[in-house]
Design a protein around this ligand. Structure first.
Ligand code: BG6
Length: 527
């Protein structure tokens, strides 16, 4: 008998299934996926009978795999308890196979059936529900997808036509980023997926969409009435989206980063998604189809820069050598080819040519080895049309006007900057911040963003995933910058621990500037 499914995060049942992780010996599996699944299990969001099988080429026993994952869950999970781990470890298995080789699918299929049988979760046709997770090097995506199809592991198409769809197993796939390396490769990958999986069963993951505050943007905008009337070109002067990291690229340079760079790695994916949540029109309901439609519309309204325009709307940088003897410059990291001019910092100015946002620049930036770890959105409002207090306070003109900061990480919250009268004689003005700290207000354990997203995929909820068109439009918007030889050849070197190249200020053309707290700044609260 199929075990009863527990309620998931929002009360919907999560089906029992076999989760197949391709790339089980990789960094992402150890640092993110297993700790995230363990956290979900601790919160009883994985149905009884759900099993996880790691697949990689290295020979390894289940026990060795469990030991390795134990160490990383201890290090990376938000909270760890041994009894909880022991329960979770019973769900973990390992299967050695080269998934890029077609002949390996037979063994994998037998393994999945065996795990499903042992857990009592087989459905019609003798197979359990299967969630595939592609966490391998991107050049293996297409061969593995093809092999899954050719190996007969996907019967989803039959399920749609089945009279008893509830009893037939589903098969879904989560695809990690990078989703392609440019538009052409993303289109090719989408086609490869489409040949094997229905679009409804394809989950293009962007872990930023799993972050609490990114989801909260929608709640803030659409569950309150006070923001939408001012959320437009009449009141907003510009919007900034920043994802700053203090860490460098390190050992990722050789395998991945040097061929990607910050624009591909962060802007094309995470930052465009954050921008969508800030700028899209209200969906009719908060569900996957309605939200995807709005995001696609928004990205479709983004102006694609011409070759001539792109250099004035993008600045790239790479970090130089730091003060410590170990503090290598990016070009000294192992596996870096300096001639590639790979960006560890990128800032772009985008325009959204629609009724709401025409003329409001959106500035997106991300970089490694910057001054602070901070992911935030700044909505900068316009100044009042007339400065009636200027004779009392000359500094008013130099201060940023009202602004709303939505802090996504590390401390979740929002802060609204207002001008106030300083108490006492005379008319002196100063700013004051209204602050809402989500942890203080709502409490709760901060969990790894991957966990709830994987559970959503098990529940068949694509709300926080990306449609194929979003990915392709993202590449269309970013390619003119990524492929522009002038931008790359004029890449700037910046000091580690700084806020990146000074040249990035020029994107504002003298109007406004980046919101950049001083180096060493530790955010104890928002603002
Ligand atoms: C990943 C990028 O998608 O996001 C990494 O590949 C980056 O380069 C990471 O470090 C940042 O994620 P977060 O959640 O720490 O902001």
């Amino acid at each position: 008998m199929t075990p009863k499914a527990p309620a998931s995060s929002n009360g919907n049942p999560s089906d029992p299934c076999v989760i197949v992780i391709f790339g089980a010996s990789g960094d992402l599996t150890a640092r993110k996926l297993i700790p995230a699944l363990y956290e979900q299990d601790r919160q009883q969001r994985l149905a009884p009978g759900t099993s996880i099988v790691g697949v990689a080429r290295t020979e390894m026993s289940d026990d060795t795999f469990r030991e390795k994952m134990h160490a990383s869950a201890k290090e990376h999970a938000a909270a760890f308890d041994q009894a909880g781990w022991d329960r979770f470890a019973n769900r973990l298995f390992y299967h050695a196979a080269d998934a890029a080789a077609a002949e390996s699918m037979e063994g994998l299929s037998a393994k999945i059936a065996e795990l499903g049988g042992n857990a009592g979760i087989l459905r019609q046709g003798g197979m359990p529900n299967i969630l595939f997770y592609l966490s391998v090097s991107p050049d293996l995506y297409e061969p593995i997808i093809e092999n899954i199809g050719a190996g007969g592991l996907v019967s989803e198409g039959h399920r749609w036509c089945s009279l008893n769809a509830e009893a037939t197993p589903w098969q879904r796939i989560i695809v990690e980023k990078p989703f392609g390396n440019d538009l052409a490769s993303a289109v090719s990958l989408n086609r490869a997926l489409g040949r094997v999986f229905e679009e409804e069963e394809t989950y293009r993951i962007d872990h930023y969409l799993g972050k609490e505050l990114v989801q909260n943007i929608a709640v803030m905008r659409f569950a309150n009435t006070i923001f939408e009337p001012i959320w437009n070109r009449d009141v907003v002067e510009h919007v900034q989206v920043t994802a700053a990291e203090t860490v460098g690229v390190g050992s990722r340079a050789a395998n991945f980063y040097d061929r990607a760079g910050a624009l591909r790695d962060m802007v094309q994916s995470h930052l465009l998604q954050v921008m969508c949540m800030v700028a899209m029109e209200p969906p009719s309901v908060f569900d996957a189809d309605a939200i995807m439609r709005e995001k696609i519309k928004l990205l479709g309204s983004c102006v694609v820069a011409s070759d001539a325009e792109a250099p004035s709307a993008c600045v790239m940088g790479r970090y130089g050598r730091g003060k410590g003897p170990q503090d290598r410059a990016y070009i000294e990291e192992d596996g870096v080819d300096p001639k590639r001019n790979t960006d560890t910092y990128a800032a772009v100015r985008l325009e959204i040519d629609n009724w709401r946002w025409s003329g409001v620049p959106f500035y997106l930036r991300s970089g490694k080895k910057l001054a602070v770890k901070q992911t935030e959105i700044v909505v900068q409002f316009r100044r009042p049309p007339v400065q009636i207090f200027k004779m009392f306070d000359g500094s008013l003109a130099d201060r940023p006007a009202n602004r709303l900061i939505i802090n996504i990480a590390p401390r979740e919250g929002i802060s609204l900057r207002l001008e106030g009268k300083v108490p006492g004689m005379g008319m002196k003005l100063d700013y004051a911040d209204l602050q809402l700290d989500y942890l203080d207000r709502f409490g709760g354990e901060q969990v790894e963003a991957y966990g709830p997203l994987i559970v959503d995929a098990i529940r068949g909820d694509r709300t926080l995933y990306k449609h194929k068109e979003e990915v392709e439009l993202g590449w269309k918007i970013c390619e003119p910058f990524i492929k522009n030889p002038l931008i790359r050849s004029s890449i700037h070197t910046y000091e580690p621990g700084s806020w990146g190249p000074d040249a990035a200020e020029r994107l504002f053309g003298g109007v406004g500037r980046w919101h950049s707290p001083p180096p060493g700044f530790v955010r104890k609260t928002v603002g």
